[in-house]
Design a protein around this ligand. Structure first.
Ligand code: SF4
Length: 425
C-alpha cells in the first residue's frame, strides 16, 4: 500500500515525524519542540522513555509503535492530541509550524510517503535535528523554568504557585544534566550526521554551550558542513568569536533572536539581560551578515501579558534595520497560563488588539511572500488573547502574585516597566 498526499492527508500531515529528531533539555527524545507541552515525549514499546541514555538507535526510536501510530494518524487526516498547538494555530487562522515545515520540505513529501509501510514504519533518514543542550543559560526569563535555565533553580519554589513547586531531589537533579557531557551525545550525533541538512540549537543559551561548538567541529571534520544550515534560538546577549569563526564552513546560519521588548522592558521580562548589549549584537549582525555567513535573522518574540501592549515598539525598532527581518515572529506564551495574554483585563486586550490590527495593516505589504506569515500570525495573537477571560478567574491573582514575588527577589517594580497595569493592580 502506498499513501497519497490527498485532501485528507494534507489536513494533518507534517514532515517532522519522518525526518526530524528533537532532543530535549533532559536528554529525552520528543517528536518536536512545538508539541512538547502536549505529551509528545517518545515512548518505546515497553513503556520506556526514548532518551540519549536509554541506548536505542535512531531507527528503533523513529520506528517505535509510538511514532508509527503518530504517522498513521497524520496520513489518515486525524489530529493527534500532541499536535494541539499546530491545530489551534491553524484554527485561529495563524500559520503553524506544520504549515512552515510542509513548505520547506514540499519537494520531499512524495519520497517520505513512498518510504512508509502500511503499519507506519519508515525507511527515511533523519535530515534535521534539534538539540537542546541542557540548562546552561545566563538569563532568568520570567516565563522560563529551571529545566531551561540553571539561574531559576534557587528561586523556583519561592515564586511559583503551590502546585508547580518541585521536590529537593528534582532541584538537585536539575543542577547537573550529566548526559550533555557523555559520549552518548556524540554517538547519537554521528549516527544522524550522514544525511543532515539542518541543525537547530536552542537551550538554555546554545551559544554558551561547549558541546554545541564540538558538534560544529565534527561537521567540519566530516566534510559535510557545507550541506548543513545551522539555526540558533538565542537570547543574543553574547556572540562568542570562537563560534562565529566556525560559521563560515556551513551552508548558512539562521538566527532566531529571543527578544520580547525593546529597552528596559526586555530586561524586566528576560531578566537580567542588558538591552545595550543585545542592541549592539543585533546591529553587528545587520552590518556583517555576509562575512558571518548569516542567511536569516528574525526576532522571535514570545507574546505574553507583559509585552503585548508594547509590541508596536518592536516594529518601530526593526524598521531601522536592513538585513534583520523587519517583522518579528510572534508566538503566544501558553505556559504558565497565568502569564499569558488571556489574563489581561478587557481594556488592555482592547488596546493591544487595536494596536496589533494597525500593525498588521501597515506591514502586510512590506514583506516578500515567503515571510508574509510573520504578519499573518498577528491574527493568532489577537484571537488567542481574546479566547478566554482569565482576568475574572484566579489566573490574574496568580499573575500579580508571581510578578510581585519575583520583583521582590530582584528589587524590581512592575509599574516601572508596564505603566498600563496601573489601574488594575
Ligand atoms: S504538526 Fe506541529 S506539533 Fe505536530 S509534529 Fe508537526 S510541528 Fe510538531
Amino acid at each position: 500500500m502506498s499513501f497519497s498526499f490527498d485532501e485528507k492527508c494534507k489536513r494533518t500531515f507534517c514532515p517532522l515525524p519522518w525526518n526530524h529528531s528533537y532532543l530535549n533539555l533532559d536528554g529525552s527524545f520528543h517528536v518536536c519542540c512545538t508539541g512538547q507541552s502536549f505529551g509528545n515525549e517518545i515512548m518505546m514499546n515497553f513503556g520506556e522513555k526514548a532518551s540519549i541514555e536509554s541506548g536505542y538507535s535512531t531507527i528503533e526510536v523513529m520506528n517505535s509503535d509510538f511514532m508509527k501510530k503518530l504517522r498513521l494518524d497524520m496520513l489518515k487526516g486525524r489530529w493527534s492530541s500532541m499536535c494541539q498547538r499546530c491545530e489551534v494555530t491553524e484554527k485561529n487562522n495563524g500559520v503553524s509550524r506544520r504549515n512552515l515545515e510542509i513548505k520547506t520540505h514540499e519537494s520531499k513529501i512524495e519520497e517520505m510517503l513512498e518510504s512508509t509501510l502500511e503499519d507506519g514504519t519508515i525507511n527515511y533518514p533523519v535530515t534535521s535535528i534539534d538539540y537542546r543542550l541542557g540548562n546552561v543559560c545566563n538569563l532568568q526569563c520570567r516565563m522560563c523554568n529551571p529545566r531551561s535555565s540553571k539561574l531559576w533553580i534557587e528561586d523556583w519554589n519561592k515564586v511559583v504557585p503551590q502546585n508547580e513547586k518541585v521536590s529537593p531531589e528534582v532541584i538537585e537533579s536539575l543542577k547537573r544534566y550529566d548526559w550533555i557531557d557523555s559520549e552518548d551525545l556524540i554517538k547519537d550525533f554521528k549516527e544522524k550526521s550522514l544525511h543532515l541538512e539542518h541543525i537547530q540549537f536552542a537551550g538554555g543559551e546554545p551559544l554558551l554551550v561547549p558541546q554545541m561548538s564540538r558538534i560544529l567541529e565534527l561537521c567540519i571534520e566530516s566534510g559535510n558542513s557545507k550541506n548543513i544550515i545551522i539555526s540558533y534560538t538565542t537570547n543574543l546577549t553574547h556572540l562568542p568569536k570562537k563560534v562565529l569563526d566556525l560559521w563560515k564552513y556551513f551552508k548558512g546560519v539562521k538566527i532566531l533572536a529571543s527578544i520580547d521588548a525593546v529597552g528596559d522592558l526586555n530586561h524586566y521580562i528576560r531578566y537580567p539581560s542588558n538591552w545595550d548589549e543585545i542592541d549592539q549584537n543585533l546591529k553587528f549582525i545587520d552590518e556583517n551578515y555576509e562575512s558571518l555567513n548569516v542567511i536569516e535573522c528574525i526576532l522571535n518574540t514570545t507574546v505574553g501579558a507583559l509585552n503585548v501592549c508594547s509590541l508596536n515598539k518592536i516594529y518601530n525598532y526593526l524598521s531601522t534595520f536592513n538585513f534583520v527581518v523587519k517583522v518579528p515572529n510572534l508566538s503566544n506564551l501558553q505556559f504558565p497560563s497565568y502569564l499569558a495574554t488571556t489574563v489581561l483585563p478587557a481594556p488592555l486586550k482592547k488596546l493591544a488588539s487595536i494596536q496589533l490590527t494597525q500593525i498588521k495593516m501597515s506591514h502586510i505589504h512590506i514583506l516578500p511572500d515567503h515571510q508574509k506569515y510573520l504578519v499573518e500570525n498577528i491574527n493568532n495573537v489577537i484571537q488567542f488573547m481574546n479566547s478566554y477571560d482569565g482576568y475574572r478567574t484566579e489566573e490574574f491573582q496568580k499573575f500579580k502574585k508571581f510578578q510581585n514575588d519575583f520583583d521582590k527577589l530582584k528589587g524590581l517594580n512592575l509599574l516601572d516597566y508596564c505603566r498600563e497595569f496601573e489601574k488594575f493592580i
